[in-house]
Each structure stands twice: as structure tokens, then as C-alpha cells.
Design a protein around this ligand. Structure first.
Ligand code: GLN
Length: 493
């Protein structure tokens, strides 16, 4: 699609400029929230990035920001900057559906820790973004409510499962957003929609109040139109949380402090297995050009092998489905959300509720996951998958003895047509080949725009780092972004 001359449009500005405008009183936080809703009115009928809007909360936060500006009080870095959050994060008193009919009318009784952090940082939450049901999918087509369109071509998918969060940012409906990533669900939609998306180290951001899909893989992370905003949002929501026993108790560095330093001498390993067969030639070309760009920026490039890549999909889908089948057992019509009407027995109520409340993909995963965990099959499937998971982790440990960061495509293709893979789950699962090992190993990964295909659809570059290397990864991404123009292009909707 054509490049829009929209750089000046308020909806595509990033937080640095907007903060300046707020502090200079050229615009108020209330007006920024107004702008966000105006843009949603303009484009969301077509794109359907949102499941629900949270106007009351957004305006309340904006009002507090404006009050503080009036008296020249301290303002956190992202105060007043409109955000969208994926609708699998609990927000008190608001609908939290996880994209599922089973939670259609569920009102969360409490706030997720990330929501609490956004409130403390005075970041107005504009609404809850669409997703694949329980974050299971790569296209956002598995939502029980809407099919979200990609702003670069609404006939194609935005990627998933955080499709709504990526679209909100890409289309200028909000400035930043939060997604969650279990096997690629932040990085893949970021890549398909031409924005930046980061999956932090497992445990960096609290999962308290995130509706669980696969607890040992799930991680919340930031999405934005540039690396700096990604860093600022990561900063705002990271940190230890006693409510999440897997959260890391280590101080959060200042992610923007070293962002602008150069990367001379940085050792980057190109993952050989991810630039071979099955990767679309246009994606390959864009990634190869990015490698050249990193060389120009002073990085040292080497080829690196992650030999167990061939087992990645099988391993991930056994682990993820096993955990999902266990996590989703709680949705039985008793405590949460939907309950099937007119049933005669408790067993009938359970079965009808689950049969009517869950979509096909979720049912498929519950069945396969239950099978993998069942007595007699546990050792053959679940235990084996856990063992291979350890081997994959060791592949990465070995790679990081050799290099500082790893580089690969985010996805073998660019955005595909809506409906083109819905009857073929396996081809959908293959979209995750470059991303899901990062979750199996608990590592941080980022997607940054690195090109466009011949149809004008965005291509994403993935950087992967060792545990808690977010600072370095952001710096490498920032240097690349500043040396290229990909992030300056916006979709014309
Ligand atoms: N596409 C992968 C899946 O369907 C990853 C999803 C995610 O990261 N939430 O499981």
C-alpha cells in the first residue's frame, strides 16, 4: 500500500513529541484521549482492533495528568500517552473476555499488576484489544468476537495472537500497547503490522492478572511505533511482584539510558536454521539487507546454529497445549463467565458450558493437551517435550558463549489473507517457527520493522538475547531503527 504523508498527523506521533506538547501546554491529556477515540471512530469499523473501550478510566487518568501539569508537578515519562491493552489482562470492573465466548460477560474483580503499573504511571487505558481466543493463534482469527484487519491491507491478517494491540498502534488508534507472548504473539503481529514488539525475559513483567494460556511460556510485553517508546513502556511495567512467584526479583535498569550508544564490536549471530528452506525470498532479502546494515553499524556478524530447531514446533505445541488444558479447566460454568442454560445435572452443565463456550482451536488444544498429560502417554509426550525443551535451552546457552545477540526473521512470510489458513492448523502453527523457541528458553526477543514485500506488507527482524539482556537488545534495535526509514512509513487506511 502507498506510503501515507501522515508524519505530522497527531495519531502517528510518538511519546517524546507528545510529552513535549503536553508540558508546553500545546495539548492537554484530555485532548490526546479525545484524539485517540476520534481515530478509533474513523478506522475501527474497518479494522476492529478493539473488543471494548474503557472511556471512563481513560478520561479519569487524563484528568489527573492535566491537573498535575497545571501545578507543574512531576510527571512519569509516559503520563498521558494513550495505550491499548490486550483483552486477556484484568482491569477492575471492566470486561475481560480473552477473546472467548466463555468470558463474554466476565467483569474482572481486580486489576492485573500491569494495569496497576499503568495507572501509577498515569498512562490512560483507551480500551481492550482483540486477540485469538485465550491467545491461541497466529492471526487473531480465533477471536469469538471479531476478525481484526491488518491496516496495511485489511484483507490480510494482522498476525496474532496480540493482533488488536499491534493494529491499535500501527493504525494510530493509540500510541503504545501491551500484548502477551507465549510463542510469538507479540513479535509476529508487530512484524505483520510494521511496529516494534518485545517479549521480555520470562519473569521480567508480572503475570498476575494475565489470563493464563501456558504459564511457563506466557509473558506480557510492550508494543510501540518506535524502539524508544518500547523501552519506556517496558520500564513502566517491569519489576518484581510478590503476587507472581515466577517474577524476577532484580532491579529494573533504566532502559533508555544507554539506548543511543553505538554498537561497535557487538557480536551478532545469524541463526542458520532460520534463513534456509521455507522462508519467503522477500523476507530473506530483507533480513540479509539488515545483516549488512548491522555490519555497517560496526557489529561483527557470525553464523550460529541452534541444532534443535527442527523439534521446536512439536516441543512447543506439546508443552503449550498440556499447560493450556490444565489452565482452562477452571472455566466450567461455576465461577467465571458463561454458564449453559437449562441443564439437568452438574455434569451436563459442565459439558454444555464448555462445548458452547469454547471455540474450535481452544477445544482442539484442550483435547490434545489432556491426551499428552494422560497416564500412559505423559512420559512419551509431555516428559519428552520437557527434555527437548532443555536441549533447546542449551543450544541457546552455547550460542551466547559465542555471540551477544542472535538475529533471525520473525516469521517465514508476511501477512497472509484472512481465511487462507483457518482450515489448516498445522500451516498456522508453522508461522511460529522463528519465535517460539525464545519462549521455550525463557529469553527476551524483539521484532523491529526491516522492510516491505512487493505488496507493501511489512517485514520484521527478530533479535534474541540472553536472560535479562533487554537493555542491550533495545540498543541494538534502536541503532538499526535510526539507520533505516522503515518505522517512518504508516499505513493508509
Ligand atoms: N501462535 C502460537 C500459538 O498459537 C503462539 C501464541 C502466543 O504467543 N500466545 O500457540
Amino acid at each position: 500500500m502507498a506510503e501515507g504523508k501522515v508524519e505530522d498527523k497527531l495519531c502517528f506521533r510518538t511519546s517524546a513529541g507528545l510529552r513535549n506538547a503536553l508540558l508546553k501546554k500545546e495539548i492537554s491529556a484530555k485532548e490526546l484521549v479525545d484524539e485517540s477515540y476520534k481515530r478509533i471512530d474513523e478506522v475501527d469499523d474497518k479494522l476492529k482492533a478493539f473488543i471494548s473501550l474503557t472511556r471512563e478510566s481513560a478520561y479519569k487518568t487524563a484528568e489527573e495528568v492535566d491537573q498535575r501539569i497545571k501545578i507543574n508537578a512531576e510527571l512519569p515519562p509516559l503520563a498521558g500517552i494513550p495505550i491499548a491493552i490486550k483483552d486477556n489482562m484484568c482491569m477492575q470492573g471492566c470486561k475481560t473476555t480473552a477473546g472467548s465466548k466463555i468470558l463474554e460477560n466476565f467483569l474482572s474483580p481486580y486489576n492485573a499488576t500491569v494495569v496497576k503499573r499503568l495507572e501509577e504511571n498515569l498512562i490512560p487505558i483507551i480500551g481492550k484489544a482483540n486477540l485469538d481466543e485465550f491467545a491461541m493463534g497466529s492471526s487473531t482469527e480465533n477471536s469469538a468476537f471479531n476478525v481484526t484487519g491488518n491496516p496495511w491491507n485489511p484483507k490480510t491478517v494482522p498476525g496474532g495472537s496480540s493482533g488488536g494491540s499491534a493494529v491499535a498502534v500501527s493504525a494510530g488508534e493509540t500510541v503504545i500497547s501491551l500484548g502477551s507472548d507465549t510463542g510469538g504473539s507479540i513479535r509476529l503481529p508487530a512484524s505483520f503490522c510494521g511496529v516494534v514488539g518485545m517479549k521480555p525475559t520470562y519473569g521480567r513483567i508480572s503475570r498476575f492478572g494475565l489470563i493464563a494460556f501456558a504459564s511457563s511460556l506466557d509473558q506480557i510485553g510492550p508494543m510501540a511505533r518506535n524502539v524508544e517508546d518500547t523501552a519506556l513502556l517496558l520500564q513502566a511495567v517491569s519489576g518484581h511482584d510478590p503476587m507472581d512467584s515466577t517474577s524476577i526479583d532484580r532491579p529494573v535498569p533504566d532502559y533508555t539510558a544507554t539506548l543511543k550508544e553505538d554498537i561497535k564490536g557487538l557480536r551478532i549471530g545469524v541463526i542458520a536454521e532460520m534463513l534456509g528452506e521455507g522462508i519467503n525470498p522477500e523476507v530473506k532479502d530483507a533480513v540479509n539487507a539488515s545483516i549488512k546494515m548491522y555490519e555497517e553499524l560496526g557489529a561483527k556478524i557470525e553464523e550460529v546454529s541452534i541444532p534443535h530447531t527442527k523439534y521446536a514446533i512439536a516441543t512447543y505445541y506439546v508443552v503449550a497445549m498440556a499447560e493450556a488444558s490444565s489452565n482452562l479447566a477452571r472455566f466450567d460454568g461455576v465461577k467465571f463467565g458463561y454458564r449453559a442454560p437449562d441443564t439437568d445435572s452438574l455434569m451436563e452443565m459442565y459439558t454444555k458450558t464448555r462445548a458452547e463456550g469454547f471455540g474450535d482451536e481452544v477445544k482442539r488444544r484442550i483435547m490434545l493437551g489432556t491426551y499428552a498429560l494422560s497416564s500412559g502417554y505423559y512420559d512419551a509426550y509431555y516428559k519428552k517435550a520437557q527434555q527437548v525443551r532443555t536441549l533447546i535451552k542449551k543450544d541457546f546457552d552455547r550460542a551466547f558463549e559465542q555471540v551477544d545477540l542472535l538475529l533471525s526473521p520473525v516469521c517465514p512470510t508476511t501477512a497472509f489473507d484472512i481465511g487462507s489458513k483457518t482450515d489448516d492448523p498445522l500451516s498456522m502453527y508453522l508461522m511460529d517457527i522463528c519465535t517460539l523457541m525464545v519462549n521455550l528458553a525463557g529469553l527476551p526477543g524483539i521484532s523491529v520493522p526491516c522492510g516491505y514485500d512487493s505488496k507493501g506488507l511489512p517485514i520484521g527482524l527478530q533479535l534474541i538475547g540472553p536472560v535479562l539482556s533487554e537493555e542491550l537488545m533495545l540498543r541494538a534495535a534502536y541503532n538499526f531503527e535510526q539507520a533505516t526509514d522503515f518505522h517512518k512509513k504508516h499505513p493508509q487506511i
